[in-house]
Design a protein around this ligand. Structure first.
Ligand code: ADP
Length: 492
């Protein structure tokens, strides 16, 4: 069941009512005993004052010395009893200090000596006792007393004049109905007052809370109105911002595409004249051997510059194809040993110039792998050239391979400048070159392309390096006998 949510004012009324009811119950349970004690105290005080005043008027100290036996004494004590004016009194006993009853309305008790009980002892110390007693049937109780079940019992010490000597003790029993009636009257009066005060307090508080909750409600409505306006405004602005951002992103994408297209077209167009220059140079060289000898340095510079430009153009075109998703690979079963031999031939002159020795430890009968043979050769050319370029003169580069489960793992190991820890994360980034590499020819595109090519052939590439000690680049390719046999063209 769903409990409806109450507004603040109703919550207050409910809670307030509960609190006031609990308070009422709490107070009334406290009041009854307090009133009892109060009234009994009152009785004690009244009886001591009144009994002593009446005794002084009607009795003499000698009346307490002997139990009353004569008519005159009896009459005096009867007058004394009458004047006490104890409401509902049904028994009176007047004791001597030793506990002997000198007078009682119950004649058979006159002259009987009772042991001193607590109340009589207190009275001898000038203390009054008023208490409600349940009557138990014992030999001192008369049937008449027992018929009352309970009674208000008051022990009052009697003294005469200025003396503090207790000459006698008056014990009276009266009906509890009177005192209970008095308590009830007081209780009703008190309860009426408490309820009335609580009601007044509750009404005033309710009024204050009602006014406060009205103000709070009004402010809440305004706040809600403002919040919903704000939310709508935020929605509109967000939508506008999203639209604008989307438009900007589209524009940026379009521009990026245009740039890629431009780079691709430019590189593509550059390749033809560069190839023409290359062809022209070789024609010039073969037709004019004496000129080549004469201008040997010039021809070397021309050839090298042409090679560098062709290399750059090739890398740019590869990057553009990778990013444009148009790179095509012919994946088939290929001999890695062959790809390595071809790569070694291609890097030979550069490696010789750098005076680096390459130690090929890959056995000719290494199992075939799945890949694109030309691209695999390109991977080795790149890794071998880097190993040579970033080694010291006279360094040795080792190429090795090992069979690992379904893969062949290739390693290109050098003892060159190495790569520092903070540079390692950049190695495969496009155009990234270490500060140490700035005096070495390069584009910063080689490793980026190598990583993509390895991944396109379903392989993985990684490296280990220590600055100043050397670097090992490793990559894995699937063995042809374990991978799918179908010829396939990988398109990204
Ligand atoms: P680059 O054309 O500059 O050689 P690469 O992408 O092949 O471009 O390499 C990126 C950078 O990685 C290099 O400039 C060089 O700082 C570092 N690097 C690559 N290979 C090695 C290596 N074998 N030893 C030390 N540093 C290397």
């Amino acid at each position: 069941m769903k409990i409806p949510r109450l507004n603040f004012f109703l919550q207050f009324i409910l809670l307030g009512t509960a609190v006031f009811i609990l308070l009422g119950i709490f107070l009334s349970t406290l009041i009854a005993p307090a009133l009892n004690t109060f009234i009994l105290d009152q009785r004690e005080l009244n009886s001591v004052v009144f009994a002593n005043r009446v005794a002084a008027e009607i009795l003499k100290p000698e009346d307490f010395t002997q139990p009353v036996s004569d008519k005159e004494g009896t009459t005096r004590f009867e007058r004394f009893t009458l004047n006490l004016q104890v409401p509902g009194m049904f028994r009176i006993k007047v004791y001597r200090p030793d506990g002997t009853i000198v007078y009682s309305d119950e004649k058979r008790l006159i002259g009987v000596k009772f042991p001193l009980n607590e109340e009589l002892k207190r009275a001898l110390e000038l203390k009054t006792t008023a208490e409600i007693t349940e009557f138990k049937a014992d030999k001192s109780r008369h049937e008449y007393e027992l018929s009352f079940i309970r009674g208000l019992e008051v022990y009052t010490p009697i003294t005469f004049g200025n003396s503090v000597e207790v000459v006698g003790i008056v014990e009276t029993y009266s009906r509890v109905g009177f005192i209970e009636q008095q308590i009830d009257e007081l209780k009703t009066l008190f309860t009426q007052r408490v309820v009335f005060s609580l009601l007044v307090m509750f009404s005033v508080l309710s009024l204050i809370v009602w006014r406060a909750s009205r103000t709070v409600n009004k402010q809440r409505q305004e706040l809600l109105k403002y919040a919903s306006g704000l939310a709508a405004m935020v929605d509109t602005r967000t939508r506008e911002l999203k639209d604008t951002t989307q438009r900007e992103v589209e524009k940026a994408k379009e521009l990026l595409k245009l740039k890629d297209q431009f780079v691709f077209v430019a590189a593509h167009e550059l390749r033809t004249p560069l190839n023409a220059i290359k062809w022209g140079l070789s024609v010039l060289e073969s037709n004019n051997p004496e000129m080549v000898v004469k201008d040997k340095d010039l021809f070397t510079i021309l050839r090298k510059s042409n090679e560098r430009l062709l290399f750059l153009v090739k890398d740019i075109l590869d990057v553009a194809r990778i990013e444009g998703g148009t790179l095509k690979l012919k994946i088939e079963s290929i001999s890695a040993a062959e790809a390595i031999s071809d790569a070694l031939i291609e890097v030979e002159s550069e490696v010789d110039q750098l005076q680096i020795i390459i130690d090929n430890k890959v056995p000719g009968n290494i199992p075939s792998v799945r890949g694109d043979v030309l691209r695999l050769k390109e991977i080795f050319v790149n890794l071998l050239t880097n190993a040579a370029k970033y080694s010291k003169v006279g360094g040795i580069v080792v190429v090795s391979a090992e069979v690992k489960d379904e893969n062949i793992v290739f390693h290109v190991i050098d003892t060159g400048i190495g790569i520092s820890t903070d540079q390692k994360k950049h190695i495969f980034e496009k155009f990234w070159r270490s500060p140490e590499a700035q005096y070495t020819e390069g584009t910063g595109l080689g490793l980026f392309i190598v990583k993509q090519l390895v991944q396109f052939m379903s392989g993985e590439i990684w490296f280990e390096s220590e600055k100043g000690k050397g670097t090992t680049f490793s990559f894995s390719l699937k063995r042809a006998d374990s991978a799918a046999k179908d010829e396939e063209i990988h398109e990204t």
